[in-house]
Design a protein around this ligand. Structure first.
Ligand SMILES: NC(=O)c1ccc[n+]([C@@H]2O[C@H](COP(=O)([O-])OP(=O)(O)OC[C@H]3O[C@@H](n4cnc5c(N)ncnc54)[C@H](O)[C@@H]3O)[C@@H](O)[C@H]2O)c1
Length: 402
């Protein structure tokens, strides 16, 4: 079992939580930032240590270690998970390696943080959730990286829904829009190949909004009806490994084997209705995630392009002066903000990873099951599978497997 060791964190005097991270590109940088910063902003019970970073190319991983502040490197994740000087394995690789790495890490007694979507298939996610459950009985924790839960504004929205401020839920409306695939000359990176990514916009963007919608609603989807489309079916092969959303073309082309866009409607267990849109073809929209919840007593709306704000309409106020108001979510008693800047001095995307690290460190120290758990990640995977099944069957309403 991965218990923090008795030795003290070099700078903080607190017991260390020694992190081993696999993958060092987009999410690798974001998670490094989170681990580096969490203990410097929040008063944590354990001190996260950037112990070992792992990637397949020795020079590149050494450069990443220097840039992001990691002490040591490995070039094989098998060696990383076997090390007895690591407490937690952080998986920042494409979906095709999530299951293998997470299962090995849990078997080796480590805590695990795994990027979303949890896996590329429901079967993989089931095995991971099972292993996490077994690990839990040994004191190990496993969490999925649905980081959009950890913005002060979305966390505040969750708080307000739970307090009953919008009353009984009727609608959730959510769209996650990007445009980095509009150019048909953009190369065929791993995100466009089913064997690496599992699915396209659906697993990448759709997974986030399914999790966020269910988290804010406080309930789960019962079934979905879906349309998916692949607009550009052949793309140039990439010249070199891509990083994040950037890539360069070489000669030759290959087939796109994932969806470019997914639209679906859903029914919550309570009978509330939801609509979802996930696309990489919304020209001009870079990373636009908007969610609105309408309830019997009020409505809430959040837009990632204005991420320190929440719109709230209190439907119980007299009509003469009721209306949507803007809550600037920067007060010290808003979620996560007790340790940051004075009111009005906003946060950004990167802070979700700081808060993710903070919450996981607390869960490890306190022995609490972290949220979202691998079981939560499996349930999202089942929603994604139901979306694909519905789209293949002319949008027939498809219940989510229990
Ligand atoms: N939470 C978010 O906001 C968010 C944003 C982007 C990506 N993601 C998720 O993060 C994961 C990684 O995405 P990314 O954008 O960082 O991708 P990326 O292409 O930028 O980086 C992937 C990294 O994994 C490494 N890698 C690939 N296979 C490996 C293996 N077998 N062993 C060791 N290293 C390996 C690559 O070398 C690279 O360093 C995906 O699951 C993706 O869905 C989450």
């Amino acid at each position: 079992m991965a218990q923090p060791q008795a030795s003290e964190g070099a700078e903080t005097g607190k017991p260390p939580l020694r992190i081993g991270m696999v993958g060092y590109a987009f999410m690798g940088a974001a998670h490094s930032q989170g681990w580096r910063t969490a203990g410097r902003v929040f008063d944590l019970p354990l001190s996260p240590e950037l112990a070992v970073i792992c990637g397949r190319d020795a020079d590149a991983v050494r450069a990443a270690a220097d840039r992001h502040g990691w002490a040591e490197t490995e070039t094989d994740w098998h060696a990383l998970v076997r090390r007895d000087d690591i407490d937690l394995v952080d998986i920042c690789t494409p979906g095709d390696s999530h299951a293998e790495i997470a299962l090995a890490a849990l078997a080796a007694g480590k805590h695990v943080l795994c990027e979303k979507p949890l896996a590329n298939t429901v079967a993989e996610a089931e095995a991971m959730a099972r292993a996490a459950e077994e690990g839990r009985s040994r004191g190990q924790l496993a969490m999925v990286g649905f980081n959009y839960r950890r913005l002060p504004a979305t966390a505040q929205a969750r708080r307000m829904v739970a307090e009953g401020r919008i009353g009984r839920l009727r609608h959730v409306r959510v769209a996650y829009l990007q445009d980095w695939l509009v150019d048909p000359a953009f190369p065929l990176t791993w995100r466009l190949r089913r064997e690496h990514a599992g699915s396209g916009s659906l697993g990448d963007l759709g997974a986030h909004i399914v999790d966020l919608a269910q988290h804010l609603a406080g309930e789960r989807l019962a079934g979905v009806s879906a349309l998916t489309e692949t607009f550009v079916r052949e793309r140039p092969l990439p010249d070199a490994p891509s990083s994040g959303l950037a890539a360069v073309s070489a000669s030759g082309t290959g087939e796109v084997t994932v969806d470019d866009a997914a639209l679906f409607t859903g029914r919550f267990a309570s009978g509330a209705l939801a609509s979802f849109e996930a696309t990489r073809y919304a020209t001009g929209r870079k990373n636009s995630l908007r969610i609105e919840l309408n309830g019997e007593r009020g409505s809430l709306a959040f837009d990632l392009e204005r991420l320190n704000e929440l719109e709230y309409h209190d439907g119980t106020e007299p009509a003469a002066h009721a209306g949507f108001r803007r809550i600037l979510v920067t007060e010290p008693d808003h979620p996560y903000l007790e340790a940051w800047w004075p009111p009005g001095h906003g946060l950004g995307y990167e802070h979700t990873f700081v808060h993710q690290a903070r919450d996981l460190v607390h869960a490890v120290a306190e022995g609490r099951g972290p949220e979202p758990s691998f079981a939560d990640g499996l349930q999202v995977q089942r929603v994604l599978a139901a979306v694909e099944e519905s789209a293949e069957k002319n949008s027939v309403y498809t219940p989510i497997a229990a």
